[in-house]
Design a binder for this molecule. Structure first.
Ligand SMILES: Nc1ncnc2c1ncn2[C@@H]1O[C@H](COP(=O)(O)OP(=O)(O)OP(=O)(O)O)[C@@H](O)[C@H]1O
Length: 582
């Protein structure tokens, strides 16, 4: 069930309560210190009018006005420092919570969002909570408190004077009502337009190579600039209408003299108030203007914060893959059993049907099949990126759903088609598989993945800085680094999705050898289009249209399986074509 957004916010703010309480305390001191100069001012004026003043006394009062003003500034500074500290901590927690949630939800759910939307939510939308939180909590509480105290104080002089100081509130409520009408809808539209700009921008940057290759710079840039322009127009339109109403509120709300001046003078003329009381009442009413104005600002902030929290909540409430929290059984070995598995990305559209596999521990298992036959999907199911629709998958005789996420991570190493390199050194990238690995272990993994030689040849060797999409390594070199990462992780099962796709034949042979060596200790499950890589596999299955249409070793399949024969034929033809073109 969806959590109330305030409750969500409270859950995150609760850990930083102490900072907020201190911040409210100093903010209250600051607002009170801000009222004192008005009280002193009233005293000076009555003294002057009554001609009962001593020059040095007035000088001292003026000095006190200055001191209290200084205190107001200092207390405000302390309060906002504390509240910003708390708000940034909350922001940090929120961002971590969203990232954690994304890690614990199925890949299919994550992929429903564009990377622009995810980036926008984690960075910008959460940021929308910071300013209101940092200012609203301490300042709102302090300002409300000060308004109450001032009004009560005015009421001690005369209740009519107190009520007249509040006259602008009902008056300003009318334009405020119009301002807030449909605010949420408008803010949602604003966020949608903002997400759109982000998505188009990320797409434009990520696809820059394709855009340039296909000479699409004009069209793609237009798409980008159209999104930016329509975002600008939407925002300006909205702000232009809001500004007028907002300015009216800003003008009306702090104009407390509107009520206090006539009522105060009338009470003075009727001898209900003394001159001192009248002046004090007028100055206090002027002092109320600031806090009242803050209140109107916070109504905006409050709604903006609500929308930001609701937006992040969408991510915080993504359905979780139901991992075990505590270990109950341990995988006994590196075997994998797939029992009557059916799976589809959409209901009623099976991508894999009735899959049964028995993969013995420490064997080399290969999956082949035409494009779109479901090979990657099957590998991803083994790694629990998605849950099966029906059937069971066991690793080491334990069902996947019975494992904790850590157990699954420890059991399976997964090398995807896109070898993703994180920003950092090559060593950092390999070490991700085992953060506490020794240099010797890293070197051994690099040797096993056939990447040691080229890394050694780089001027900075293992310390060479790399990042995804921005390094001078070839596709094959990047792929070998990610294989080294998987080897170092030392999980009993290694899953590889076309690891040799971008590797030259010489390296392919070497990697093939290293994989065979690896399979002496581990289970290697691999998808390959280059059938030469998996010729020596202990078992090969052939997938076609989501079904297993053949299983056995290379020689057997060549004899018996028509689909494999077709694959082999087209593979050898392509290879011959490659050779004759060299
Ligand atoms: N995230 C997804 N959402 C919806 N459909 C998907 C998704 N990923 C893959 N598919 C569909 O599932 C089917 C199997 O795709 P899969 O990537 O598993 O095939 P494959 O055999 O690995 O193909 P290739 O050899 O081209 O990589 C295809 O029809 C594909 O369009």
């Amino acid at each position: 069930m969806e959590e109330n957004w305030l409750r969500t916010l409270y859950r995150f703010a609760n850990g930083h309560k102490a900072l907020f309480i201190w911040s409210i305390f100093f903010s209250t001191l600051s607002v009170f210190a801000g009222i004192v100069p008005y009280v002193i001012g009233a005293r000076i004026m009555t003294d002057i009018i009554d001609k009962q003043y001593e020059r040095h006394e007035i000088t001292w009062l003026l000095v006190w006005m200055l001191i209290t003003f200084l205190f107001k500034t200092i207390f405000h500074g302390i309060s906002t420092t504390l509240s910003h500290h708390a708000a940034y901590n909350i922001l940090n927690d929120l961002r971590n919570a969203i990232t954690n949630r994304l890690m614990q939800t199925s890949l299919g759910v994550v992929k429903r969002f564009s990377s622009g939307t995810i980036k926008n939510t984690i960075l910008d939308r959460t940021e929308g909570v910071e300013i209101p939180l940092a200012h609203m909590i301490p300042e709102l509480s302090a300002n409300i408190f000060v308004i109450i105290v001032t009004v009560v104080y005015l009421a001690t002089m005369d209740i009519r004077l107190a009520l007249s100081a509040l006259l602008t509130i009902p008056l300003a409520s009318i334009p405020l009502f119009f301002l807030m009408k449909n605010f949420e809808q408008k803010y949602q539209n604003y966020m949608r337009a903002n997400n759109q700009v982000n998505s188009v921008m990320v797409e434009y940057i990520e696809g820059i190579e394709v855009i340039k290759t296909f000479n699409q710079t004009g069209t793609s840039f237009r798409k980008f600039s159209d999104a930016v322009t329509s975002f600008k127009e939407y925002t300006l339109n909205w702000l232009q209408t809001a500004w007028k109403t907002q300015n009216l509120i800003f003008a009306l709300l702090p104009f407390t003299l509107l009520g206090v001046l006539p009522v105060g003078i009338w009470l003075y003329l009727d001898h209900v108030l003394t001159l001192n009381q009248l002046l004090l009442g007028l100055l206090l009413a002027i002092g109320l203007g600031g806090p009242l104005n803050k209140l109107s600002l916070f109504t905006n902030d409050f709604s903006a914060m609500k929308q930001s929290v609701l937006n992040t909540q969408k991510f915080l409430e993504l359905p979780l893959l139901d991992f075990r929290k505590k270990e109950i059984g341990r995988p006994l070995d590196g075997s994998v059993d797939v029992i009557n598995v059916n799976f589809g990305y959409k209901k009623n559209e099976l991508v894999l049907s009735n899959i049964n596999l028995e993969i013995p521990s420490k064997s080399f298992f290969a999956i082949v099949g035409p494009s779109g036959s479901g090979k990657s999907t099957l590998l991803q199911l083994l790694n629990r990126f998605w849950d099966v629709q029906s059937g069971k998958i066991r690793v080491g005789k334990v069902e996947l759903t019975e494992l904790t996420q850590q157990q699954l991570n420890r059991t399976i190493s997964y090398v995807t088609q896109d070898s993703f390199l994180f920003k950092g050194t090559i060593e950092d990238n390999i070490k991700m598989g085992k953060p506490d690995a020794t240099p010797q272990e890293i070197e051994a993994a690099a040797h096993a993945a056939m990447c040691w030689d080229f890394i050694e040849a780089l001027p900075q060797g293992m310390k060479t800085e790399v990042s995804f999409g921005n390094n001078h390594l070839s596709g094959g070199q990047q792929q070998r680094i990610s294989i080294a990462r998987a080897i170092l992780k030392d999980a009993p099962i290694i899953i590889l999705d076309e690891p040799t796709a971008s590797i030259d034949p010489e390296n392919e042979r070497q990697i093939q050898e290293s994989l065979l060596r690896l399979a002496r200790d581990k289970t290697v499950i691999m998808v390959a289009h280059r059938l030469s890589t998996i010729k020596n596999a202990d078992q090969i299955i052939v997938l076609d249209n989501g079904k297993i249409v053949g299983a056995g070793q290379h020689a057997e399949l060549l004899e018996e399986c028509a689909a494999y024969q077709r694959l082999w034929e087209s593979y050898t033809q392509t290879e011959e074509w490659h050779i004759s073109n060299h």
